[in-house]
Design a protein around this ligand. Structure first.
Ligand SMILES: NC(=O)c1ccc[n+]([C@@H]2O[C@H](COP(=O)([O-])OP(=O)(O)OC[C@H]3O[C@@H](n4cnc5c(N)ncnc54)[C@H](O)[C@@H]3O)[C@@H](O)[C@H]2O)c1
Length: 256
């Protein structure tokens, strides 16, 4: 994928940082955007062909600057990875409008703003967008009234983008990760939630940042050149199953 350029949002840590590093290893130049300027500076230190952009994806002026800086440095944009996200779990009655908006501003408004801002550049390169949603956007769950709804909207936004941009040769796809032990997950996954995920996931474990990055890089690559409008759950099988896994395992039918 050499001579290509990507913008990865939320690239200072977690899934975004793993994705930036994988794309860099594949020869892609990467603009790493994150509103946590200190962590971004640490994460990008020493990375060749990387540009650190301390911007907030929910602020239109920041997003315009992110795109302008990337074009000024690299001259083109082939891939936009809309990965920046926040999580806030809590009962519906306790979700103030401010908490709801804080989730929507980054998880949904940010995806809309960044995507809109790169469309002219993507049309030139016949590039692609990869949006990061979540299994919480595919299935309802407790405590995720804002987070799950924002991610479901990102899944549908992906389909809107694929429908409208396809005739320009621009693809849009979505990755819905299962649980990954990042700082975001650590803040909202209680020991009970961790145990419940292990029970409900056929592969019986959390995923890694690199396993999600691999799916994102595949969707960017020419190997996915006829794939658009799709949601790929990188979730150890969570979304594909219903009830019964723990009981089967207890009977010795599942993995140890
Ligand atoms: N970790 C999981 O279990 C999991 C599961 C499903 C989906 N996801 C999604 O994957 C994505 C990455 O999550 P992660 O687990 O790596 O989280 P993380 O908290 O480790 O990293 C997220 C990064 O995004 C940045 N960020 C947040 N809001 C921003 C904004 N408005 N502008 C710019 N940067 C911003 C943060 O500063 C942080 O560096 C998110 O969209 C998240 O919802 C994560």
């Amino acid at each position: 994928m050499s001579a290509r350029t990507a913008i990865v949002t939320g690239a200072a840590r977690g899934i975004g940082l793993a994705t930036a590093k994988l794309l860099l290893a594949e020869g892609v130049s990467v603009a790493m955007a994150d509103r946590d300027a200190d962590e971004l500076a640490r994460a990008s230190d020493g990375l060749e062909n990387a540009l650190a952009l301390p911007y907030d994806v929910s602020m239109p002026a920041d997003v315009d600057a992110m795109v302008a800086d990337t074009l000024a440095r690299f001259g083109r944009i082939d891939f936009l990875i809309n990965n920046a996200g926040v999580a806030d779990f809590g009962p519906m009655e306790d979700h103030t409008f401010a908490r709801w908006r804080a989730v929507m501003e980054t998880n949904l408004d940010g995806v809309f703003l960044c995507s809109q801002a790169v469309i002219p550049a993507l049309k030139k390169t016949k590039g692609c967008i990869v949006n990061i949603a979540s299994i919480s956007g595919l299935r309802g769950s407790t405590l995720r009234v804002a987070y799950g709804t924002s991610k479901a909207a990102v899944i549908h936004l992906t389909r809107q983008q694929a429908a409208e941009l396809g005739e320009h040769g621009v693809r849009a796809n979505c990755v819905a990760p299962g649980p990954v032990r990042t700082k975001l997950a650590a803040a909202v996954h209680t020991p009970e939630i961790i145990a419940a995920y292990h029970d409900a996931i056929p592969l019986n474990r959390y995923g890694s940042e690199d396993e999600i990055a691999g799916v994102i890089a595949f969707l960017c690559s020419d190997r996915a050149s006829y794939v658009t409008g799709q949601v790929i759950a990188a979730d150890g099988g969570f979304e594909s199953t219903g009830v019964g896994l723990p009981a089967l395992r207890a009977d010795g039918a599942g993995p140890a």
